[in-house]
Design a protein around this ligand. Sequence first.
Ligand code: ATP
Ligand code: MG
Length: 587
Amino acid sequence: MAWKTIKKPREGWAVEPNLLDYERVRAQFSWEAARRELDGLPGGRGLNIAHEAVDRHAAGAHGSHLAIRWMGKRGEIRDFTYADLSRLTNRFANVLRKLEVQKGERVFALCGRIPELYVTVLGALKNCNVFCPLFSAFGPEPIHQRISIGDGRVLVTTTTLYKRKLAAIRDSLPDLRHVILIGAPEEVRAIPGVLDFHQLMDEAAGRFEIPPTAPEDLALLHFTSGTTGKPKGAMHVHDAVVAHHMTGRFALDFHPGDIFWCTADPGWVTGTSYGIIAPLTHGITSIVDEAEFDAERWYALLQDQKVTVWYTAPTAVRMMMKIGTEVIRKYDLRNLRFIASVGEPLNPEAVVWGQEAFGLPIHDNWWQTETGGIMIANYAAMDIRPGSMGRPLPGIDAGIVHLRKDGTVEEVTAPHIEGELALRPGWPSMFRGYLHEDERYRKCFAGGWYLTSDLAKRDAEGYFWFVGRADDVIKSSGHLIGPFEVESALLEHQAVAEAGVIGKPDPVAGEVVKAFVSLKPPNVPSEQLRAELLGFARKRLGAVVAPKEIDFVPSVPKTRSGKIMRRLLKARELGLPEGDTSTLESE
Ligand code: ATP
Ligand code: MG
């Protein structure tokens, strides 16, 4: 089905979008000029993310502005102004200094979305440590793997998580010098060989001068989602804050006074780049919700907190779609101005559903752990072509390339031709390496491009369209088929909640398309529904691209960051080993 373009007005906006004149801003943009919009450390001592995010807003009138409103699982609310956040992160930086944690050493955190996590991230950055998040639902093995690969020196976690996940592996992490626990004092005291977060904080001074920080000093270590294999450790530097700031403006349309909610967990890059850093650099208010997804809780939060800008993910959108639009009518969401999504392709169905449910389309944007920030986006002023990831932001040159057999690269300039999505290196949040994997890092670059391992195409107006991950693309009877296209078509059927599509080896076609489908209640699997879905897909996609087989599954396996793990569907289908499943959401 051809989706209609969603037109945006040219004028008369209640809040004028930041990127109103894309061509002009793009033509005039330079990262040098963008860097000048930030303050830099006082006295020309360099550039530090935490200073740009917190301290520069803490002095003066803006100090009393709300930086983070934390909403606990049980309904508690705690507010942190910029001045509060500055003091607390100073204290934590002093804690690290007193523990003699040296510049560049790595500080890990394993916490849910609790206020101490935010203090840890920003305090570690102030002390010039490299911060690495661990997703709180990881089991002991993935935790061990990441702390040891990442040379963790300090770990901040809670007493509960420590007992459940760390106590047993602590001895096998000899280089982890300090474990700092958040919890009731008597509980912390009862555990040998650990320190008490709150006691250390109480004893630490509230003033801290950030040491000189070079823009190229390492700041963040982020493990990728592990969708296609073993997670890689992408390293980022303090200069990344320039890109966080500018992309917050262009892609998320931050304006002074905004109340922003990023639903991603800081265990993943979206949750730090946009759940922490970018909104703070703009001096706006972020909502942090400790609880997990619950559609009604979310709608109530959007209403009660008067959220203006909301950044979420396709899995969440699909879960909301499953529940329907009726319930949304109970809430007053008039403050909501802009919705964006990242992490996976956003099916056109979902973009349009946003319009129906919230009166706003959902703006898809594309980036990766490696890129550190949003690269391609449907920005606020842009007409949306549902299913497209949008256009490259100012400062980002994206292209479609073909890798020739001799290792050289050819850029495809004609529209509608599939190839690998590539970016011209040089933006500030670009990763500076994969930890301990130099060769792998080098292989990401060829012919002056960074190769993303995603396949895409560009249309005549410069909109980019995601085709699939290079590893997931299906080759059937000489055709290249992106699973996303097939999944999106299936999702258009009213009974389908989720779909994951793979190529199944076939002696004649090479591969045939096979789909795994979960259903929206009250639908239940039946032969009749299977036949109906096969026919439905064939009508939309044609015989070559449509699935030949459909299996019904209770849910499609996903990473904990919400990405469909097609490699796992494939391994299971073929009876092969499942590979690294450390990031698999429990099924
Ligand atoms: P790994 O590299 O370990 O396999 P991963 O690639 O899923 O995991 P991330 O860096 O978290 O880890 O995810 C980035 C990838 O997610 C992109 O390369 C792309 O495949 C997919 N992605 C993100 N946003 C979008 C989007 N808007 N449209 C399509 N795909 C997207
Ligand atoms: Mg990847």
